[in-house]
Design a binder for this molecule. Structure first.
Ligand SMILES: [Mn+2]
Length: 438
C-alpha cells in the first residue's frame, strides 16, 4: 500500500479584501505538518499555486521555508513533491531545486522534466520492501511556450519546432510524453503511477478566487491522463472529482466569499485529500480543515446587525469570522463598515445591492439624459434630486453649501479655460491613458 497526502492552491501571502491571511495560513500549515507526523504517509503533493504571486511577499517565503524545514525535521523519509501553478514563477519557486532534491524535496519547474518520475516504495515489509511501488510524475503549470510541437510526435521530420500556446495543445503534448514514460514504469514492474498537475479541466466547477482562463482551448480534457491511477490536480479551489481518477483537493482555505462556510452550502468544506493506493485502486478520503478564522456571509437589515442580533446564535457564532454582510434594507446606510466593525472586528465587505437597485428603479430620473441633446445640465438640480433619492428629501443647508461651491468652481473653470488655451499652444495635447496604460 502507498499512502500520500494531496493539497494544492495554498496561495501563501494572499491578501483577502486588504486583510493579510498569513496567520491563517501558518495555522493551516501547522495542521498539515501534524497530519504528516503519521509515518504511514510516504509523500506530500502540492499541486501548484504555492504562492499567491509570482514575486511572493517575504512573509510568504519565510512561512513556506519554515514549513518545509519542519516537515523534514520530523520526517526525513517523507517525499515532498511540488509543482508551480499559474500564480507561481517557476524559476523563483524552483530556486535551489537541485540541492533540495537531495533532501527529498522535489520542485519540478520545467515541463520538459515531466517524464522523470519520483519512485516511492512501500518499505513496510522490511528494508528490502518487496511491497508495492509508485511512480509520481510531476507536471508543472503549462505556460504558453513551455513545450514545443515536436513533443507530440517523436518522429518529427521538420527541424523547425513551433512553441505551443493554448492549454489544450500543451496538455496534449505533455500527455504524449507522459504516456510513454508511464508505460515504461509499468513494464519495469512499478505497481502504481500518479500524476500531479495544475490544470483547468473541462467541466470543472469554478469559484471566485481562481485566475480565470477564457475560451474552450484553455480547458483540458482530463481523459488525456486517464491511464494514471490517480491525478492530483490543482487550480480549481473547490474540492471536486475530475474524470474517473482525477481529484482537485481545492484550496486549504476559503479565498473568496463564494467559498464561505456560513451559511452552510454544498462543496464549500475545505479539506486535504488522503490517498491510499491499494488493491489496484486509489481510495480518497477528505480530511476536513479547521481554519483559524472562517469565511462567512450573513444577510439581514442594518438595525438587525447593529442592535437586534446580539443574542442571535448564528450571528454570535460568526462574530469573529471574516465576514461579508448583505444588507437587505431598501435605503442606503452610510459608512456601514465603520459602524459594524465595532461588533464584527473582521468584517471585510458589505453589500447593499437591494438599496442600490431600489434607488435606480424608484428614481429613473437620476439617469443621465442622452448626451448631445443640446440641453444644458442643471448641476445643482441633479444634486438635489440625488440627495432626494438617497434620503427621501434634500437637506437645505447641504444644498446651499453645494450651490456656493459650484459657483466657485464654475468661476474658476472660466478663467481656467483661458489659461488652458494658452498652455495648449505651447504643449500639444497628449493622451495620458496612452502613456500610462492601466
Ligand atoms: Mn489557485
Amino acid at each position: 500500500m502507498i499512502k500520500f497526502l494531496h493539497t494544492a492552491d495554498l496561495h501563501l501571502g494572499k491578501i483577502f479584501h486588504e486583510q493579510s491571511l498569513i496567520e491563517d495560513q501558518r495555522f493551516m500549515l501547522e495542521g498539515l505538518a501534524r497530519i504528516l507526523e503519521d509515518r504511514s504517509y510516504r509523500a506530500l503533493i502540492i499541486a501548484g499555486d504555492v504562492y499567491d504571486r509570482s514575486i511572493p511577499s517575504p512573509d510568504a517565503v519565510k512561512l513556506f521555508g519554515s514549513f518545509l524545514a519542519r516537515l523534514k525535521a520530523q520526517r526525513t523519509d517523507l517525499e515532498i513533491l511540488i509543482i508551480p501553478g499559474n500564480h507561481d514563477s517557476p524559476t523563483r519557486l524552483g530556486f535551489g531545486r537541485e540541492l533540495f532534491a537531495e533532501l527529498g524535496i522535489r520542485f519540478v519547474t520545467d515541463a520538459g522534466d515531466c517524464d522523470k518520475p519520483v519512485i516511492v516504495r512501500d518499505t513496510a515489509g522490511g528494508a528490502r520492501g518487496g511491497g508495492e511501488s509508485c511512480a509520481f510524475f510531476l507536471l508543472p503549470f503549462l505556460n504558453p511556450g513551455s513545450l514545443n510541437e515536436d513533443s507530440i510526435t517523436a518522429e518529427n521530420s521538420s527541424s523547425e519546432t513551433e512553441p505551443l500556446r493554448s492549454q489544450s495543445k500543451l496538455a496534449a503534448a505533455a500527455a504524449a510524453r507522459l504516456e510513454q514514460a508511464r508505460k515504461q514504469c509499468v513494464s519495469n514492474g512499478l505497481t502504481y503511477t500518479v500524476l500531479a498537475a495544475h490544470l483547468f479541466t473541462a467541466g470543472g466547477m469554478e469559484s471566485d478566487s481562481e485566475r480565470i482562463f477564457l475560451g474552450s482551448a484553455e480547458r483540458v480534457d482530463i481523459g488525456l491522463f486517464g491511464a494514471f491511477d490517480y491525478i492530483a490536480l490543482g487550480h480549481l479551489h473547490r474540492l471536486q472529482q475530475a474524470g474517473k481518477n482525477g481529484w482537485y483537493s481545492g484550496s486549504p482555505l476559503a479565498y473568496s466569499f463564494a467559498e464561505a462556510s456560513v451559511p452552510a452550502g454544498a462543496g464549500t468544506e475545505k479539506s486535504f485529500l488522503s490517498v491510499e493506493l491499494a488493491d489496484g485502486q486509489a481510495r480518497v478520503t477528505p480530511l476536513p480543515i479547521k481554519p483559524l478564522r472562517k469565511v462567512s456571509r450573513l444577510s439581514g437589515s442594518f438595525d438587525w446587525f447593529f442592535r437586534d442580533s446580539v443574542k442571535d446564535r448564528d450571528v454570535c457564532a460568526a462574530e469573529k469570522d471574516f465576514l461579508e454582510i448583505l444588507l437587505t434594507d431598501s435605503s442606503i446606510t452610510e459608512n456601514p463598515l465603520a459602524l459594524l466593525r465595532k461588533r464584527f472586528p473582521h468584517i471585510l465587505s458589505i453589500k447593499q445591492d437591494e438599496a442600490f437597485s431600489s434607488l435606480l428603479t424608484n428614481h429613473a430620473g437620476l439617469k443621465a439624459p442622452a448626451a448631445g441633446n443640446g440641453e444644458r445640465r442643471d448641476t445643482a438640480g441633479d444634486f438635489e434630486e440625488f440627495l432626494g433619492g438617497l434620503y427621501g428629501q434634500a437637506d437645505g443647508e447641504e444644498l446651499a453649501l453645494f450651490r456656493e461651491l459650484l459657483a466657485e468652481i464654475e468661476a474658476e473653470e472660466q478663467t481656467g479655460d483661458l489659461n488652458r488655451a494658452a498652455e495648449q499652444r505651447m504643449f500639444p495635447t497628449c493622451d495620458l491613458n496612452r502613456r500610462f496604460p492601466s
